[in-house]
Design a protein around this ligand. Structure first.
Ligand SMILES: NC(=O)c1ccc[n+]([C@@H]2O[C@H](COP(=O)([O-])OP(=O)(O)OC[C@H]3O[C@@H](n4cnc5c(N)ncnc54)[C@H](OP(=O)(O)O)[C@@H]3O)[C@@H](O)[C@H]2O)c1
Length: 336
């Protein structure tokens, strides 16, 4: 049996292209001591993967040229050299863009597909959901009554930020998303008070209308012009969570920083970056709370599942073109 894999062939310039990868057939991996052989069923496609392809210092080392592309995923245990896992168990971890992975048992988490479908463990109950939860409540120092604005509002992280803010008693939650369908869904299905379509509306004017007393907490998923615009509408002591800057990830010129940052001084506001892995020790507690909300129907979760490992480069691009609706997941095996 062979193992189809996507390896990084070259460091992309601008948008990722199929030619940046090599699609190869490798031998079936054999798990070493303490390792587990996993059949990868779903891969999590994340904006961060674009950054992992770049050279240079970041919060994790870059993927090496010739290495299997790093990716989160969910799968089934085939063979185990770790007593904590048995064949048939379902797990999540970082298997990479391939069909089979030998992964250290200590880097895997067991999940129960009877409690939630596997793609949900890569989204709302996984890394993006944890980012939303800790980003909003800890980094953003959320307080009941806050006027919260979230960009990328219909995405994997954004959809959870808006709903958790409502559950925890926000004064108002305003989303910013691309297109009427995403905005309609945020308001009608997720309970946002309003959603601004940045592709067709004047964001500054709309923010003034929806947040007349200013924004207390801005959860930034996109950076660029939207961050700059929200900076002009801050309330006193506002908090900005720098979660990501997807509008800038494929730049061939240097990233664009905010020019309106003096608004932080005027409003005694703070802007703080976050990396979700810093909260890993507390994921379990957050997942318990969020799982409870899901069971009660208070927290909804949308996944956008595309089938076929071979589509990986084009499917990843959906994130940067705004074509995903909810958490983007790649189903590895089309036939299963
Ligand atoms: N700091 C951390 O630990 C951490 C962890 C996870 C994720 N993140 C970051 O969180 C952000 C959201 O990630 P996600 O997984 O939830 O992705 P996502 O929101 O599910 O998908 C990406 C979305 O970004 C929007 N987008 C793409 N290009 C854009 C542009 N030029 N301007 C404005 N919006 C654009 C699109 O939505 P529209 O159609 O609405 O434009 C697209 O659907 C990313 O920046 C990611 O890097 C950070």
């Amino acid at each position: 049996m062979s193992n189809r894999q996507f390896k990084l062939k070259q460091r992309p310039s601008g948008m990722v292209k199929r030619e940046d990868f090599e699609f190869t057939q490798g031998p079936m991996p054999e798990p070493g001591p303490g390792e587990v052989l996993v059949k990868v069923l779903y891969l999590s496609l994340d904006p961060a993967m674009r950054g992992w392809m770049n050279e240079g210092k970041s919060y994790v080392p870059p993927v090496g040229i010739g290495e299997v592309m790093r990716a989160g995923g969910a799968g089934r245990v085939i063979k185990s050299n770790d007593p904590k896992f048995a064949p048939g168990d379902h797990v999540i971890g970082l298997p990479g863009v391939q069909e089979y992975a030998a992964v250290a048992g200590k880097a895997l988490t067991k999940v129960d597909p009877k409690l939630a479908p596997l793609p949900v463990y890569l989204g709302t109950l996984g890394m993006p959901g944890m980012t939303a939860y800790f980003g909003l409540l800890e980094v953003g120092e959320f307080k009941p009554g806050d006027v919260v604005v979230v960009s990328g509002a219909a995405g994997a992280v954004g959809q959870v930020v808006g709903q958790v803010a409502k559950i925890k008693g926000a004064g108002k939650v305003v989303g910013i998303a691309g297109g009427p369908d995403k905005c309609k869904w945020c308001v009608e299905q997720l309970g946002y008070d309003a959603c601004i379509d940045y592709k067709s509306e004047d964001v500054k004017k709309a923010l003034k209308q929806h947040c007349p007393k200013g924004v207390d907490l801005y959860f930034d998923n996109v950076g660029g012009d939207i961050l700059d615009t929200v900076l002009t509408q801050l309330a006193m002591k506002a908090r900005i969570v720098i979660c990501g800057a997807i509008s800038q990830y494929n730049n061939t010129t240097p990233m664009k920083g905010p020019s309106n940052y003096m608004s932080l001084l005027v409003n005694r506001a703070t802007m703080r970056g976050m990396v979700v892995f810093d909260y890993a020790a507390r994921y379990k507690d957050a997942a318990m709370e969020m799982g409870g909300w899901m069971a009660q129907g208070k927290l909804k979760s949308r996944e956008d599942v595309v089938a076929g490992l071979e589509t990986f480069p084009e499917t990843l691009l959906k994130l940067f073109k705004g074509e995903n609706f909810g958490k983007l997941v790649l189903k590895v095996d089309v036939s299963s």
